[in-house]
Each structure stands twice: as structure tokens, then as C-alpha cells.
Design a protein around this ligand. Structure first.
Ligand SMILES: *Cc1c(COP(=O)(O)O)cnc(C)c1O
Length: 393
């Protein structure tokens, strides 16, 4: 299994767990226990039930007739935008909160950048009756008022991170500090396929429901379980790994990653990690990320809040090294236009993150008989202000 973590939590040369001494006992326990807990029958049953009745799974695999005609190939959209709360993130937060419960924790701490992960976390905490503390950069709190309001309505406590640039990095630091000080009753719920082992693998397993459903749905629609291509956007990599998971080891299925190119991979305003990232340790694992001479993470930029992360999960560094995926740096305007095109052709308003995946259709030719599955990671309601000011509606 080339694309699964080994015993030590590495995907090839990337991954591992680079953590402060104080976290070694709790992360060690998690490393030892997560697989056996996730594989228990009652865990699987509870998770499946919630995914069906609460999240609304399975999400449709929709044959996009308009897009298919436009690009002369067979395009299917995996409709994660139809999940409760509007994106794939809830697949993971449901899994992690069930795990936290079984580890005997009653409090959840999380960090959030634009607030999407904070909302998905606050949602499942309300559902499970758990206390929820979300750290968010003070600047982000100002910029993302609707998500702050959502978290508060859902009963979460939103704590501002006031140091440094007052954005995601500071929120991560403070959430980790809180965890170090409260290890016994608190679980740290990470929102993407990043962080120290076992988080990237754990998040991948929880999101793998996406490709499990794709196989079954494609069999019914095309008479085969495997598409020719799967396309997904990558911020940290959770929706993409979900869409890729059951195809990773089968190299007949080609994988395509769309990153936030911002103003271009050759400009300083970008989030295109695979083009400009260098090796190093970010958020507890060895991966590629955009860094300065001293190895400090640079601020990433993308029009999409979910993609403006300076690195990506260790699996993507490994895939890059082995050539397992094609990487595209999609520029802001290419994504915005692809998003608007989907509205006109299919009547679906996508999240700007997902618009990056859609833009691959403009940049790469597919054959008429190719089956191309695009993961539509979320819906665009949260991005209306952004679309509106961009297109002057
Ligand atoms: C958060 C988010 C992303 C980016 O996160 P990944 O972990 O890379 O999936 C992509 N799409 C949507 C809709 C999001 O909310």
C-alpha cells in the first residue's frame, strides 16, 4: 500500500508527529487506539446512521449534462455541497466527535481560519452535547462575522487569538496551548488532512466515504466502479483525499489536484504549495509548505478562504514526489469564472474552493469517452459577497 501511512505515520518521506513533549502522552494514546476504535462495530453503526440521517448521505453523483456537452467529455459532480452545513467538512467532524466520546472526553477544542471548520465543529458539539471552544484569529473574527454568529448560535465559545498576524497560525498555536493545559477532558478536533500522525490518516478515513459512494454510484451509472479521472481542490487536502481514497492504489485512475493559485504560482500572492513549497515541518508533520529563508511559514493568498493555507497534508507531498497526481495552480479569476459558468450551465452555485476544481476543465483536455468525476466540495452561499463584488452584481 504505497499511499497509506506506515507504522510511524509516514507517507514515504512525509508525515510523522513532530509535537511538543507535553502532548506526547495524549497523541501517543490516540496513535495506539484510533484504528481499533474506528473499526468497532458500534462506532461504524453510529457513524453510518448519522451520515445518513443527519448529514444527508449518500450525496448524489450527478451526471452534469451541460458541462459534459460544453467540454466534450463525461463529467460527473459528487455533490458534497448538499451535505448538512453545506460542505464535506462535517463528514470528518462527526467521525472525530464520536472518537472523542469513546475516549471519554467531554470538551472539544478547535481552531478555525475563515470559520467553516469552526461551524462544522460547533454543529457536532451541539448535536452531541459537548462543550466547544473555537480559537480564531482576532482579524478573522472581524472578517468572518456570519460564521462567528453561526458558531455562537450553535453554543460554541469563540476565543480570539490576539498575537502576531491574528489569523489561522495564531489560532492553531493557542488551541494547542489550551490542549496542552487541558489534556484529560479535551479532544483537539482538526479540520483537514494535516497535523501530526494520526490526524492525516484519521481525517482521510472519515472522508473516504466520498470515494466509497462514488464507486457504488458509478457502477450503477456507467457499469464500472472506477472513473478515468478524479478532480478535487486542495487546501489542506480533506475533501480531495475523501474523493481519492479508494482509488489511490489503482494508478489507472488518474488524480488531479487544483490548488489556490491566487495571482499566479510565480507571484508572491499564491497558495500553490506544490509549485513553490519546500520541505519542512508545519503543524506537526513533515510536508511541503511555502516558507521564508528561516523556514517560517509564509502567508498564503487565494481568493478562496478554504484554500489560502501555506502547505498541504503530507499525503500530497508524497503524491507529488511519486508523480501520483497532476497539480494545477488555478488563478483567482479562472476559479471565479468557472464558478459562474457552473451556475449558468447547471444551476448550481459552487463554493469558490470547488470552483478551482471546476476550472481544471478549462485547462486540460479530456477524451469524449473519459469519465471525469469532480468533487464539488461545498456550496456557494457563504461566498455570495465575494462573487458579487467580483462580478459587480
Ligand atoms: C474547507 C474547504 C475546502 C478546503 O479544505 P480541504 O481540507 O482541502 O478539503 C474546500 N472546499 C470547501 C467547500 C471547504 O469548506
Amino acid at each position: 500500500m504505497k499511499y497509506q501511512v506506515n507504522q510511524d505515520g509516514y507517507y514515504g518521506n512525509y508525515g510523522g508527529a513532530f509535537i511538543p513533549e507535553a502532548l506526547a502522552p495524549i497523541i501517543g494514546q490516540l496513535q495506539r487506539e484510533y484504528i481499533s476504535i474506528i473499526e468497532q462495530e458500534d462506532f461504524q453503526k453510529e457513524m453510518a446512521q448519522l451520515l445518513e440521517d443527519y448529514v444527508g448521505r449518500p450525496t448524489p453523483l450527478y451526471f452534469a449534462k451541460g458541462l459534459s456537452e460544453k467540454y466534450s467529455t463525461k463529467v460527473y459532480l459528487k455533490r458534497e455541497d448538499l451535505c448538512h452545513t453545506g460542505a464535506h467538512k462535517i463528514n470528518n467532524t462527526i467521525g472525530q466527535i464520536l472518537l472523542a466520546k469513546r475516549l471519554g472526553k467531554n470538551k472539544i477544542v478547535a481552531e478555525t481560519g475563515a470559520g467553516q471548520h469552526g461551524v462544522a465543529t460547533a454543529t457536532v458539539c451541539a448535536l452531541m452535547g459537548m462543550e466547544c471552544i473555537v480559537y480564531m484569529g482576532a482579524l478573522d473574527i472581524e472578517r468572518q462575522a456570519p460564521n462567528v454568529a453561526r458558531m455562537k448560535m450553535l453554543g460554541a465559545e469563540v476565543r480570539p487569538a490576539e498575537s502576531g498576524a491574528k489569523t489561522l497560525k495564531e489560532a492553531v498555536d493557542e488551541a494547542l496551548l489550551y490542549w496542552i493545559e487541558n489534556p484529560d477532558d479535551t479532544f483537539y478536533l482538526i479540520g483537514s488532512a494535516v497535523g501530526p500522525h494520526p490526524y492525516p490518516d484519521m481525517v482521510s478515513r472519515f472522508q473516504s466515504i466520498i470515494s466509497k459512494e462514488i464507486r457504488k454510484q458509478l457502477l450503477a451509472k456507467e457499469g464500472r466502479e472506477e472513473p478515468d479521472y478524479v478532480v478535487a481542490c486542495v487546501g489542506g487536502g480533506s475533501n480531495a483525499v475523501g474523493a481519492f481514497y479508494h482509488f489511490l492504489e489503482n494508478e489507472q485512475v488518474k488524480l488531479i489536484v487544483a490548488e489556490g493559485g491566487g495571482e499566479g504560482a510565480d507571484s508572491p500572492k499564491t497558495a500553490a504549495t506544490s509549485f513553490v513549497g519546500k520541505e519542512g515541518v508545519l503543524h506537526g508533520s513533515k510536508t511541503l509548505f511555502m516558507q521564508d529563508e528561516q523556514g517560517e511559514p509564509l502567508e498564503a493568498y487565494s481568493v478562496s478562504a478554504g484554500l489560502d493555507y501555506p502547505g498541504f497534508g503530507p499525503l500530497y507531498a508524497h503524491m507529488k514526489e511519486l508523480g501520483r497526481a497532476e497539480f494545477f495552480a488555478i488563478k483567482d479569476d479562472e476559479a471565479m469564472n468557472a464558478g459562474l459558468a457552473l451556475c449558468k450551465v447547471e444551476g448550481i452555485i459552487p463554493a469558490i474552493e470547488s470552483s478551482h476544481a471546476l476550472a481544471v476543465l478549462d485547462q486540460r483536455k479530456f477524451k469524449p469517452e473519459d469519465v471525469v468525476v469532480i468533487n464539488l466540495s461545498g456550496r456557494g452561499d457563504k461566498d455570495l459577497d465575494n462573487y458579487r463584488s467580483y462580478f459587480n452584481f
